[in-house]
Structure formats: structure tokens, C-alpha cells
Design a protein around this ligand. Sequence first.
Ligand code: HAM
Length: 417
Amino acid sequence: MINIPKGCKDVLPSQSYKWQYIERVARETAKAYSFKEIRTPVFEHTELFSRGVGETTDVVTKEMYTFLDKGGRSITLRPEGTAGVARAFIENGLASEPLPFKAYYLCSAYRYERPQAGRLREFHQFGAELYGAEGPAADAEVITLVDRFLKNLGLKKVSLHINSIGCPACRATYHEALKTYFRPHLAEMCEDCNARFEKNPMRMIDCKNETCGKIAAGAPRALDYLCDDCRAHFEGVKAYLDGAGVSYCVDPSIVRGLDYYTRTVFEFVTEAAGAQGTLLGGGRYDGLISQLGAKPVPAVGFGVGLERLLMVMEAEGAPMPEEEHVDCYLAGLDEASRTRAFLLAEELRASGLTCACDLMQRSLKAQMKYADKLGARFVAVIGEEELADGVAQVKDMRASNAERVKFSELAQYLLKR
Ligand code: HAM
């Protein structure tokens, strides 16, 4: 038996309606904010992620699915959606089109992580990116989009945490403060943190190692080192959110795990039992486009894992639509009736109805059992006598009464129910 690779999940037909529902709500919400869909390749040149996501991040140092293709190029399966969108934005010259550029994606992503609930090696993200607007209204628009998305899904036990981690100007002073704080503790801290100390001390703040975490708890906060422009920007974001009635808390511990962020960073955290933790994250990343070699363009976006979202929805008991059912199952009692049922099903489908019929020459009992499993609303039974009269015995599966309905009137009959 060949098993599914570790950290991957099948979405079976009995479950896919939940995914389709979340994806539908995602598309509708993105559309309400005039974001259009973008689709980028599942793999990119490795350098895009090492330069874009950042050399000091866990994602790049430990978690990427990287391989040489047959042409000897280093290729990586995307660990997230942002870098690919940035590459497409630059490569397609979208900066010269009217801005802001607003795009959303629903895509798979790959990280070699230790699998656990809500953490997989293949997962799926809904994300949105907005390029070209540097003012706080853009940050607020992205955050309100996410907030509305979660509300549209009926989630209640989620809370928005926001922070500002400044720009390269104030970051330099902040980094110095962090180094001064961490230097005396370096011997106790993990190897990763020692490496981060020189390259990117802010990464030391969200280290998962217990000892490092305790030390990091007392570290200086980025918010206390913001320059005037960054402070005004953050105040602006908060004012927009207040105005839009989006509740949030300022949480100085949020620094995010990827290197490209500047100024606003945010996470939605869930309080639903059994699903504690970060549901989604995002923020501003004004330096990414120039880091990838193009003229700087300010940007802001977010990403949410669909598996994690589904878990939180189930933990909260959020409303889900019913599994899609079949309008009519057409049962045939003999060869000729089965053939008529097959053709009749085609006529019904042409009228927009969802149908199924017997493909396995089964008994009526077995066909009824299958119709029941499909959740068929009606079953139209055709036997020798019905075939001769041009009618079907239509059984209402909810009421369990049956009516004789002419083949020619069956579509109308079903559409009216
Ligand atoms: P991220 O925080 O690395 O940010 O991931 C965003 C979300 O993707 C997480 O909050 C989580 O829901 C989901 N996720 C991440 N890793 C896994 C995993 N191994 N298994 C399941 N779900 C996972 C980003 O990816 C940024 N690109 C977000 C962004 C877009 N920032 C600006 N624009």
C-alpha cells in the first residue's frame, strides 16, 4: 500500500463542500473589496524565497521543499503566496498600470514542518496583496477585508492583534536596543538565536525555544522605537479601524515569522477551545519589491490557512451549508427502463437539475439505498408499465409519498419543488 506523504491530507468528496463554501465566501469577500484573482506557479526559483521571505526565517532555513530540476536549476515549492505575487507584479510590469494593484489567491503551499493539528506540509492559503498605496487606509482596507471574511463565515471567537515593527530607519535603532538586551543572555540562548543575533535580532523575539521565549519576554518593544512617520502611520491604521468598527488590541509581541514586514503587522488569534493559536497573519511589506530588484512599491497583505480556518470553524460550531444533494435519482427496473432513465437524466440536467441514475444494473432496493446515500430529494422509478405509459413513479424522499409524473413534465415538476 502506498500511503499519502506525511503532513498532507486528502479532501474527500464527502468533505469538499466545506472547502467550496469557504472558497466561495473568500472570493465574494475579495470581490467586495475589488480584489481580482491571481494565479502563479506552484514552484519558483529558490532565490525568490530566500531573498523575498528572508534568509533568517525558519521558512527559508528549515522548511522549504527545494530540489534541482532536470536542467540543474534550484526550484522551490512555494512556502507561501506573497513572494510569487511580488515576482509576477514586477515581471509583468504591473507597477506602470493604474495603482493600487489588488489581487487575491487561493493556492496550495508547502512547508517541511512537524505536522500537528492545523500544521501541515501541504496546506492551502487564501491571501490578498495590495500594491502601490503607502497610507494607513491600505492597511486598514486589508484588515477590514479579513475581518469581514471571518464575520461572513460566522466566526465569533477570534480577535485581531496589531502591532507596528517600524521601517528600516527606526528598525536600526530598535535592533541596537535588542542587541544590548540580548547580548548578556546569548550563552543561554539557542543556536538559532545566536545566529539571528547578528543578522536579524527581531527574529529572536518569537523563538519557540522555552528558555529563549522567557528571555525574549522582557525584550524591548518595537512600538517604543518607532520614528515619527511610523508612529503617525500606526495611529492612522488604528483610526481607520476604529472608524470601521473593527475591534483590535495592540499586541507588541507580534513580530511575524517572515522577514519582509515593515510597519503594520497583524494576526487574528482564535480563542475557540481546542484550536488555540494564530489563525492568520499579514502586514505591510514596503521593502519587498525593491529587495527583489525593482523600483520600490509599498505593499500590504495577509494570508490564512484554509485547513486551520476549517478547524476553527468546526471548533466554534460555525454555520456550514448542507452537503449538496441530488435533486432526483432515476431508478430503472429492467434494461429498457434503465436506458430510458439514463436519457431522462440527461434531459433533467439540461434543465439545470442534479441527477444520477443506475449504472450498475442493481436491484431497486440497492438503487434506493444508493439514492439515500446521495441525499436524493426525489427518486423517479421507471418499470415496464411506467415505460409503456411514459410516466415515472416519483417518490418524495422527505414525505415518502409517490406521484405518477409524465416524462415530459418531470423537469417542471421537480423544479417547482
Ligand atoms: P504566515 O504567517 O507564514 O504568513 O502564514 C499565514 C497563514 O498560513 C498562517 O497563519 C496559517 O493559517 C497558514 N499556515 C502557515 N503555515 C502553515 C502550515 N504548515 N500548515 C497549515 N497552515 C499554515 C504568510 O504566509 C504571508 N505570506 C502572509 C502575508 C501575505 N503577508 C502579507 N501578505
